[in-house]
Every structure is written in C-alpha cells, then in structure tokens.
Design a protein. Structure first.
Length: 98
C-alpha cells in the first residue's frame, strides 16, 4: 500500500514540476530545475510501478543515468550561454544572432 502512496506523490510531483515549468520560464536555470524535478519524479514513479517486474533494477538504473546525463548537459549549456550572453534570460535568446 505504501508503493501506491509513493506513486501518487510522484505523480503530484510531476504535475507540480510541469506547473512550475509553465509558470517560471524567465530564467534558463529554473527551466532546467523543473526538468530535473520531472526526471526524478518519473524515476520514482517507474521504480514504484515496476517493483514486481524482473528487470526493475536495470531499468531504474538506466533512467537515473539518463537523468544525470541530462542534468550535466543542461548545466554545461547554461554555463556556455552565460559566458556568451552574460545572463540566462530566456527572452534574450534570439535565432537572428546565429
């Protein structure tokens, strides 16, 4: 029964992270944090849903590895953008500069 509550809590976490993503899109860092929260909540949800499947450990390990790669790539892009632009405002990004 505790797995049910944990999966409901992670579903609520995904919805709250999506709400934060749609409301706070001014800075790139807040967007990256919302995406990381979605990834972590999906990891918890997948672990809860696949508790009685044979390969639950391997699939959870793959998902957490992809989440860590996503976080490091996002932070590297954030650092590169801040060095080039001087800020991380999403509204300052333009395709006309390319």
């Amino acid at each position: 029964m505790s797995m049910f509550y944990l999966s409901m809590l992670s579903t609520l976490g995904v919805l709250m992270a999506l709400l934060a993503l749609s409301m706070q899109y001014k800075h790139l860092l807040s967007i990256l944090l919302s995406l990381e929260a979605i990834t972590m909540n999906l990891f918890i949800m997948m672990f809860c849903m696949s508790s009685n499947v044979t390969f639950s450990g391997q699939t959870s390990l793959i998902l957490i590895t992809l989440g860590a790669c996503e976080a490091s790539l996002g932070l590297a892009i954030l650092v590169a953008i801040i060095r080039a632009e001087g800020n991380d405002y999403v509204s300052s990004f333009s395709l006309h500069k390319c």
